[in-house]
Design a protein around this ligand. Sequence first.
Ligand SMILES: Nc1ncnc2c1ncn2[C@@H]1O[C@H](COP(=O)(O)OP(=O)(O)OP(=O)(O)O)[C@@H](O)[C@H]1O
Length: 829
Amino acid sequence: MAAVKSCALQPIVPDLDSPHSFPFKLSFSPRVWGLFSVPCPCQKPKKRVSARTNAVYTEGLSIIGAAKPKLWGEKVETEPDSIAMLNERIRRDFGKREASSRTPMDSEEAEKYIRLVKEQQQRGLQKLKGDRERKADSFSYKVDPYSLSSGDYVVHKKVGIGRFVSIKFDLPNNSTKPTEYVFIEYADGMAKLPVNQASRMLYRYSLPNETKKPRALSKLNDTSAWEKRRIKGKIAIQKMVVDLMELYLHRLKQKRPPYPKPSGMVEFAAQFPYEPTPDQKQAFIDVQKDLTERGTPMDRLICGDVGFGKTEVALRAIFTAVSAGKQAMVLAPTIVLAKQHFEVISERFSRYPHLKVGLLSRFQTKAEKEEYISMIKNGDLDIIVGTHALLGSRVVYNNLGLLVVDEEQRFGVKQKEKIASFKTSVDVLTLSATPIPRTLYLALTGFRDASLISTPPPERVPIKTNLSAYSEGKVLSALKFELDRGGQVFYVLPRIKGLEEVKEFLEQSFPDVEIAIAHGKQYSKQLEGTMEKFAQGEIKILICTNIVESGLDIQNANTIIIHDVHLFGLAQLYQLRGRVGRADKEAYAHLFYPDKSLLSDQALERLAALEECCNLGQGFKLAERDMGIRGFGNIFGEQQTGDVGNVGIDLFFEMLFESLSKVEDHRLISVPYQNVQLDINITPRLPSDYINYLENPLEIINNAEKAAEEDIWALIQFTESLRRQYGKEPRSMEVLLKKLYVRRMAADLGITRIYTSGKMVGMMASMSKKVFKVMLESMTSDVHRNSLVFEENQIKAELLLDLPKEQLLNWIFQCLAELYSSLPALVKY
Ligand SMILES: Nc1ncnc2c1ncn2[C@@H]1O[C@H](COP(=O)(O)OP(=O)(O)OP(=O)(O)O)[C@@H](O)[C@H]1O
């Protein structure tokens, strides 16, 4: 039971004392497995005679691509062969970007970059440590067991996901003194963990107010599934970090001359009527440095809470770009927001009549649109504002320099791809109202350029938030208060149904007040008209769905009423609430829930979380945390949700920070192809018919070698086109190709020599143990994983049999193919 102690979690199922009840994977002797990866020698390959050549070769392989009519041999194969499978896997694992940006990073440059990242991280973390005030902001991963409620999902690093039941006193095994234990339910039994250890061992599965459920609870008696999941999650996170870093490195290679410092900036900035906050000032400096001092295009994220003043940062960037004679494009997710930006920009640039601002919208007539498009093309427009219509292929820019993207996460996948394609050639400034946690930001310093605006403008008064059961009286008095002081009101419902009813009710109570409805299903023109009137102050009460959620800046609207709050997510409520209080007037958010007796348990739970937020006077602290996690999608993209689901939110973050802070530990130094020595004496002889069949055999063999020397992509392309032209090669040619693949993969993996000694296969590689561990963990097949060890700069495998040369080559090929899966998780140059 020594292992029990090591994770301190005691299963309290009846067979507690059984030696097999403990939740740890049994480990088998690795050597046993070595053999299973090769085809069984007693299994004879099927032979087939080619009709055309009488050549005999192995069957069971398929042709990639469209086959031409005259091919080497007959091909009716259906199963993909190992080369085809490898090609396919590499394409899948490495994705499009790797294929398109092949030039490896110059290692000196890359090292400089890693050093820079580390220094920046150090500075950031030091700042965080010294910054007492902000300490509360930092993430704590482990859970406080007393804060758990019955039914909450928790994660134990070694055992997996369980459900918290309660905290109770119980007697430890060898003592009579009662101790406090945390009881956790697993799929196959209950376990207990001393409370003092629980705070070190347990993580939360989901956010406190989230109702996300895991697919299944883990098993106490078999932790192998959990172990696999955890490792899978870890590798996925590691890949994300490396991907982020490579993207950054790739971008650093793009060049453009720095912009001249605009001489009119002081005058332009003086038009801003407020004293910028310190964070705003820093963001201005960051952006100006990117534009006027750097020789690479900017890709900066401005991350600031709703209403914290990101627009001014964008305006100054636009001014710098257009002052240098470049065009600037401003992309907004909705037409309402595009229009708002257009108005703010037009007004701000009205003192510069030579600079033309245009709004491209789908409401324009065809002729108007055509005119705009040709103005953009001829360079007659300097600042172009619009929605995704601006990304269409018909819009050709004359001299585009800057792209400002508002709320990128609200664009579709295709549009995001288009935006990403701009990033290599133009400067991109992305505005996001989803805050990211400060710790994450600091850990990321150096991986992605971001400026945080985390303080509100000074005269901003906190929004008075009031949560209560719905009452007509309260609604009417809140409305009356706001209307009496000349303000406007957002009245939000969770769905379209009910908007009309509210309108009728309010019209009765306020017959002289202009009231309108806005929702996403309205005709765009109608919606636009309504929003315009609301912005102008003609409409006093806007009854709407969450269509107003983000970006709208209407300073005179300082009361928001939200019905059925339990139906909104916290992050959504947070955004909605941010629609008010954007000026120096006191703002109010009235959140109403229906009669509690009508609510489901789940809805009551959410309400309790919400009440807690408001009662504790924390405002929306929890929502911020929730948002922080979403904000993280800004940086990593959204695909991470699956990985979070696998290991739970807190363990995910812990793994992420570990991976971010140790990025240089995962560095793999590849070696030149020519330096790889393959000491396996196997020289295949190609059948003469095949040689005769090839158009220029010598050249083909030479080309194969050249392709392998170039990189894996060239080799993949070579093999595929060979097969397209001549069909599946005979076995001896396959052996030749496999030798090339083996050397190529070895070179990429930093392996300099592959040899055998008796039944041992050795691969010399000067990698760190950590890198080897990532390689092992990335392997999909246990067979190879369990056969490998790393000793004295060598990856070694002990086989049980002396294998024939060809089978040995196959074994090495498969083993390297498996190791190759780790490459996306390693930093390479
Ligand atoms: N330093 C400041 N002092 C006072 N008011 C400011 C300051 N900076 C910006 N504002 C004002 O605050 C309001 C909100 O600013 P802005 O629209 O730039 O916010 P935002 O960060 O873009 O918000 P959202 O994410 O909701 O679009 C604007 O009316 C703006 O003029």
